[in-house]
Design a protein around this ligand. Structure first.
Ligand code: PLP
Length: 372
């Protein structure tokens, strides 16, 4: 037996992965089956149906889970909708918007970036003005920007893109299962997520949905692995494309079953309630969140590091003394924020109390008085 396997309990409260539900852990222990086994095909059909419902996808959509992490979902959306010369307008309000812009460039798009201050949401008027100045075939944007803790108003942005004749690609990696998301009502054309955040499974698959307009306007895909046509042949016509992991399929199917049992609206409400509770208790010990009220994610909290506090030492203390993981800031926010994820099975009042107690202890270690 490998002596490197962790046998300690990590309390995952960072930007992802979040905790895996015990039911999902058990599901993964079911016997391995092949990627073409009739039982596997029944599972894939079930996942397709559940994802179509949970994304609120319109009739004529194709929902599937791509083998790979959230980035593979991003690449599947881009690789099938962007070709040499595609005009892509990308909303860049953080690290993952920037990744989306890079991905579009790699697939040959002429990219116009709509840069938004890190820590703020994209103003719909800014998108309108940008599209007037630079007409686009595709508008790509991140719903929940994990690097800043900000929610972009896709319900307002996607219809503007559509009015201007552009297809929309939406990154829902940190929102799917935690925040309201309505692909049909908002007119989103392609949307992707991951398994390891609000769904409560380990990383390894990326839920993706293409709406009817996106399916019509797909391009010849340069990637073999992410080619939608080949993936459709596997998911719908049972033709071999790659050896999909049965353990990850069990995990996702069970995770989606749990989401549907809880109810999507109830799950969103749980994420909102726990975020509100965390923000209130945080304020009570004199700490604050980076984004303004109304632009904050419920799933990922960007907590400002108080002046004079060594942010890395706090994270080390939480991990060493309490087994709690939280995340550091990225890019311009490195050293300035902690990123606290309250997603899926990690979004509970019990863990909020535990984290805040541990945080007080870590700050006290540095001589920082928490009660104002
Ligand atoms: N998009 C967003 C908004 C993310 O937060 C992440 C990861 O945290 C990704 C994309 C990439 O996902 P992954 O790390 O699973 O490839």
């Amino acid at each position: 037996m490998s002596n490197l396997l962790p046998d300690n309990e990590r309390i995952l409260l960072g930007p992802g992965p979040s905790l895996t539900s015990p039911r999902v852990m058990r599901a993964m222990a079911a016997p391995t089956i092949s990627h073409l086994d009739p039982q596997m095909m029944a599972l894939l059909d079930d996942i397709r149906a559940r994802l179509t419902r949970l994304f609120h996808a319109p009739d004529g959509s194709f929902a599937l889970a791509v083998s790979g992490t959230g980035t593979s979902g991003m690449e599947t959306a881009v690789a099938n909708l962007v070709r040499e010369g595609t005009r892509a307008l990308v909303v860049v309000s953080g690290y993952f918007g920037d990744r989306l812009a890079q991905m579009c460039e790699r697939y040959g798009a002429t990219v116009t970036r709509l840069d938004v201050e890190w820590g703020r949401a994209c103003d719909p008027d800014a998108l309108r003005a940008a599209l007037k100045a630079s007409p686009a075939d595709i508008v790509a944007m991140v719903h929940a920007e994990t690097s800043t803790g900000v929610l972009n108003p896709i319900d307002a942005l996607a219809p503007i893109a559509r009015e201007h004749g552009a297809l929309t690609i939406v990154d829902a990696v940190t929102s799917f299962g935690g925040h309201p998301l309505d692909v049909a009502a908002w007119g989103v054309d392609a949307c992707y997520s991951c398994t390891q955040k609000c769904l409560g499974a380990p990383s390894g698959l990326a839920p993706v949905v293409f709406g009817p307009r996106a399916l019509e306007r797909r391009v010849k895909c340069r990637s073999f692995y992410f080619d939608l046509q080949l993936l459709e042949d596997y998911w719908l016509k049972r033709k071999y494309h790659h050896t999909m992991s049965s353990a990850l399929v069990y995990a996702l199917d069970e995770a989606l079953a749990i989401v549907e049992e809880e109810g999507l609206e109830a799950r969103w409400a749980r994420h909102e309630r726990n975020h509100d509770e965390f923000a209130k208790r945080l304020a009570a010990i004199g700490l604050s969140l980076l984004p303004p009220t109304g632009e904050r994610l419920w799933t990922l909290n960007a907590v400002r590091v108080p002046d004079g506090v060594d942010e890395a030492a706090v994270r080390t203390h939480l991990l060493d003394e309490f087994g709690i993981e939280i995340g550091a800031g990225l890019g311009p926010l490195a050293g300035k924020i902690w990123r606290v994820g309250l997603m899926g099975a990690s979004s509970t009042p019990r863990l909020i109390v535990l984290l805040l107690g541990a945080l007080e202890s870590a700050l006290a270690r540095q001589g920082h008085r928490v009660h104002g």
